[in-house]
Design a protein around this ligand. Structure first.
Ligand code: C2E
Ligand code: MG
Ligand code: MG
Ligand code: MG
Length: 287
C-alpha cells in the first residue's frame, strides 16, 4: 500500500503526509476513524466515574473520569480498544476536549444541586502534550464552563518525557500555575521512573496495578515502601491503583500510601450512581 499511496500522492501533486497517511489506511482502520468521528458527533461516548479513597479515613478523595463507547452495533467498547488508535490517528485531542467539557459541565451541575465539590481527574494523552495545544485547550474549556481549576487533576504518563523534556516540564508548570494538579499515571511501568519523579513538577503519583499483583513478595512491599517515602520526601501523594482485596488495602495502608482506587472500594459508576452513592450534599454535611 505504501508505495502505491506515495506514487498517487506525488501524482496528485500533493506529497502531503496526511494525504499519504490516509491512503495507507486499510478498510478496517478507515471504518474505525469514521466511527470515532461519528461517535463524537452523535454522543456515543459517555463517561463513568471511579472514586479514589483516602486509605486511612476511607473517605472519597477524588473521582477519575473514564471514557466508554456505546457503539450502535458493537455494543460497549473499552477505552483499551480505541484510545491508542485515536492517539495514532489525530483523534485523541477532539475526544479529550469533548470529555473535559462534559466533566466540567457535569461537576457544575452537581455543585448547583448542592453537592460538595470533589476533585476530578481526567486522563491526558502524551500526544496532546506533544501537539502543544494542551494549555490553551484546557484554559478555553475552564473559562467556557466556569469550572474551578483547583478541583481538576490531569493524569499524564512518563512518556511525555520521551521527546521534548523541556517543553513537557514547561507545559506542566503552566497548568499548575492555573491551579490544576498533575498526577503521573501507571507509575512504575516506564523505565526512567525515579529520575522523572525528581524532574517533574507534579503533585501525585499513581502506582501501577502491577505492584499489587505480587504483594505477597516481601521485596515488592519494600519497593512500595521506598517509593512512598521518596514520594513523601518530594511532597507528593501516592495513589495505589487496582486494589481488589481487603488484604491489599491493609498492606498498602501500612506502607503509608495515601490514596487507593480499585474494585475493592468501587467500580467505575455512571454519573447518577456516583451522585447517589458518594457525593455529599451540603444538607447532609450540616446534619
Ligand atoms: P487508567 O487511567 O490507569 O485507569 C484505571 C483503569 O483501571 C480503568 O480502566 C479502571 O476501570 C481500571 N480499574 C480500576 N480499579 C481496578 C481494579 O480493582 N481491578 C482492575 N482489574 N482494574 C481496575 P479503564 O476504564 O478500562 O481504562 C483503561 C485505560 O484507558 C485507563 O487507565 C487510561 O489509560 C485509558 N483511558 C480511559 N479513559 C480515558 C480518557 O478519557 N482519555 C484517555 N486519554 N485515556 C483514557
Ligand atoms: Mg488514569
Ligand atoms: Mg491510573
Ligand atoms: Mg493504570
Amino acid at each position: 500500500c505504501a508505495d502505491q499511496a506515495l506514487y498517487k500522492a506525488k501524482q496528485a501533486g500533493r506529497n502531503n503526509y496526511q494525504f499519504y497517511n490516509e491512503m495507507c489506511l486499510i478498510d478496517s482502520e478507515k471504518e474505525l476513524v469514521s466511527g470515532i468521528k461519528k461517535a463524537l458527533e452523535q454522543n456515543e461516548f459517555f463517561i463513568v466515574y471511579q472514586p479514589k479513597y483516602n486509605l486511612s479515613t476511607k473517605e472519597v478523595n477524588s473521582v477519575e473520569a473514564l471514557i466508554r463507547w456505546d457503539h450502535p452495533e458493537k455494543g460497549l467498547i473499552s477505552p483499551i480498544d480505541f484510545i491508542s488508535f485515536a492517539e495514532n490517528h489525530h483523534l485523541i485531542i477532539p475526544i479529550t476536549k469533548w470529555l473535559l467539557e462534559q466533566v466540567c459541565i457535569q461537576c457544575k451541575e452537581w455543585m448547583e444541586l448542592g453537592y460538595t465539590p470533589v476533585p476530578i481527574s481526567v486522563n491526558i494523552s502524551t500526544k496532546h502534550f506533544e501537539e502543544g495545544t494542551l494549555v490553551e485547550d484546557v484554559k478555553k474549556i475552564l473559562s467556557k464552563t466556569g469550572f474551578d481549576p483547583t478541583n481538576l487533576i490531569l493524569e499524564i504518563t512518563e512518556s511525555i518525557m520521551n521527546k521534548n523534556e523541556e517543553q513537557a516540564i514547561q507545559t506542566i508548570h503552566q497548568l499548575r500555575e492555573m491551579g490544576i494538579k498533575i498526577a503521573i499515571d501507571d507509575f512504575g511501568t516506564g523505565f526512567s521512573s525515579l529520575s522523572y519523579l525528581i524532574k517533574l513538577p507534579i503533585d501525585l503519583i499513581n502506582l501501577d496495578k502491577t505492584f499489587l499483583d505480587e504483594l505477597t513478595d516481601k521485596k515488592n512491599i519494600s519497593l512500595i515502601n521506598s517509593i512512598v517515602s521518596l514520594a513523601h520526601n518530594l511532597n507528593l501523594l501516592v495513589v495505589a491503583e487496582g486494589i481488589e482485596t481487603e488484604n491489599q488495602h491493609q498492606v498498602l495502608d501500612q506502607t503509608g500510601c495515601d490514596i487507593g482506587q480499585g474494585y475493592f472500594f468501587s467500580k467505575p459508576l455512571m454519573g447518577t450512581q456516583l451522585q447517589r452513592a458518594f457525593l455529599d450534599t451540603k444538607e447532609r454535611n450540616e446534619n
